[in-house]
Design a protein around this ligand. Structure first.
Ligand code: SAH
Length: 458
């Protein structure tokens, strides 16, 4: 489906009838894929109302910040951005609507935030974008855009034709109930709950009709999908169902938690061709003492066993992980256990974060006793080790032919960008339009984070 035809044509004619330029929105997003999905959802709702995107927040009629507070750094960035928008609104754009969404906005924070940022018109908890739409349709300046809420209610992701997206994010488990000691997410996103399978499948079918080729099923602990639904509805089942949708070539899911990575799920991934052999499963620390304090619910030996089990069914599975360095009380010995685990397991990609105390979490009550300098030293040491492992693993692909789903054309470098089923980034040149195609690429250069090769025809 093309965005300029069918469902959007009524909006175009309405705008030309009243002769006004369409109102504009700007959406600034930081953080995880879940935020990315929420932003795309909101963008689609705004576009259904007749808004068009503008690249500059300062020019927008509606400016939205979708925030992340998982660590102090992204929170500081959002506050800087918000303060500058407030300045613009105060000095020369009084009619600008400013909305704040994402994990900065929890139930308990709303009042505080309203006091701190009086210029913000709408506060929206994560995944709850309707508040802004309600505000706009009730706003005098936009009454001519009024569209029935019923039409907007389940309206997701028509943005595909705008940025020619090939991949889409589909949240399936919202919130999180695990309450790891360090993590603010459950406090901001609430307890975990599954979306209904029919709703998820309807969305995936709609995405496929719009040209999406790959879906990423999302959840903080995505493998808890269905725990609150009927018997038999779980992630393993859903993966097989999503893979049956015509037009979808690849299915991925993230993030996994070791406690839920059972054999049924591993088999579903291994046996379903369209489901990529790709798993994101954070271990966070290699020290049992730290894992216990983190309330992760597994030991490093158990984590190793799960990795062995995954590799038993999928010897070459690509496994990504998150690690936190400098957690309260983490000694050099603890850190060396993390290094040892990283070295022995030889996983495919590491996201390394320096511990950052977060409000109302359990660990925030503990002394943040690893100095900033020491956290950075540990981060660098682990980063160097894992980069070396990544480079060695990538080098094994030299001379091999891999299947690449092509996601975009890089104008600057005049080359196509895509990913292998194992989620390795691949670049290649071709004069034909390869967007959205599966292309076989023979690899002739490898780096720790990307590969370059020559394509057979696409
Ligand atoms: N739900 C997923 C991901 C949560 S957030 C999970 O449970 O693994 C993504 C990553 O941010 C986490 O995996 C963790 O490595 C990191 N993170 C979360 N809280 C943090 C904190 N307080 N300080 C530093 N890193 C943190």
């Amino acid at each position: 489906m093309n965005r300029s035809s069918s469902s959007f044509s009524n909006i175009d004619s309405r705008q030309s009838a009243i002769g006004n330029p369409p109102p504009t929105y700007n959406l600034w997003t930081i953080g995880c894929q879940m935020n990315e999905a929420d932003s795309r959802h909101l963008a689609s709702q705004l576009e259904a109302l007749g808004f068009v995107e503008t690249k500059r927040a300062e020019d927008a009629d509606v400016a939205v910040l979708n925030t992340c507070v998982v660590r102090q750094q992204p929170e500081d960035k959002a506050v800087r951005k918000l303060t500058s928008l407030g300045g613009i609104k105060g000095s020369h754009r009084p009619g600008m609507i400013i909305a704040l969404m994402g994990c900065m906005v929890g139930k308990r924070e709303a009042e505080d935030l309203a006091e701190r940022f009086g210029f913000v018109d709408v506060f929206m908890a994560p995944s709850q974008t309707d508040a802004l739409i309600d505000f706009i349709v009730r706003h005098d300046a936009y009454s001519h855009l009024k569209k029935s809420q019923a039409e907007l209610a389940d309206y997701r992701l028509p943005v595909v034709n705008q940025d020619k997206a090939i991949t889409a994010f589909v949240p399936i488990t919202l919130g999180c109930s695990h309450v790891c000691s360090y993590c603010v997410i459950p406090h901001r996103r609430g307890p975990d709950r599954s979306r209904m399978p029919e709703e998820v499948l309807r969305e995936v079918r709609a995405l496929a009709r719009q040209g999406i080729k790959e879906v990423n099923l999302l959840g903080q602990i995505v493998d808890r999908y269905g725990f609150d639904l009927d018997d038999g509805v779980n992630l393993a089942w859903l993966l097989r169902e999503v893979a049956k949708v015509d037009g979808i070539l690849r299915v991925r899911f993230l993030t996994s938690h070791p406690a839920y990575m059972d054999e049924e799920l591993i088999r579903a991934v291994a046996e379903t061709e369209k489901v990529c052999p790709y798993i994101e499963m954070p271990f966070q620390s290699g020290s049992d003492r730290i894992l216990e304090s983190m309330r992760r619910g597994y030991t490093q030996a158990e984590y190793r066993d799960i990795i062995s089990n995954i590799r038993k069914f999928m010897p070459n599975a690509s496994i990504n992980t998150d690690v936190i360095v400098g957690y309260p009380g983490e000694t050099e010995e603890d850190f060396l256990e993390t290094m040892k685990l990283a070295e022995e397991l030889r996983l495919d990609l590491f996201h390394i974060a320096k511990y950052s105390p977060r409000p109302r979490t359990l660990s925030a009550k503990m002394r943040d006793d690893v100095s900033a300098v020491e956290k950075e030293r540990r981060r660098t040491a682990l980063d160097e080790l894992t980069k070396k492992i990544n480079a060695e693993k990538s080098a094994q692909l030299l001379g091999q032919t891999v299947e690449v789903l092509v996601e975009a054309f890089q104008e600057k470098k005049k080359r196509w960008r895509g990913r292998t089923p194992h989620n390795k980034l691949v670049f290649f040149e071709s004069d034909t339009d390869c967007l959205g195609q599966l292309v076989n690429v023979k690899i002739n250069w490898t780096g720790p984070f990307s590969l370059i090769g020559t394509a057979s025809e696409c």
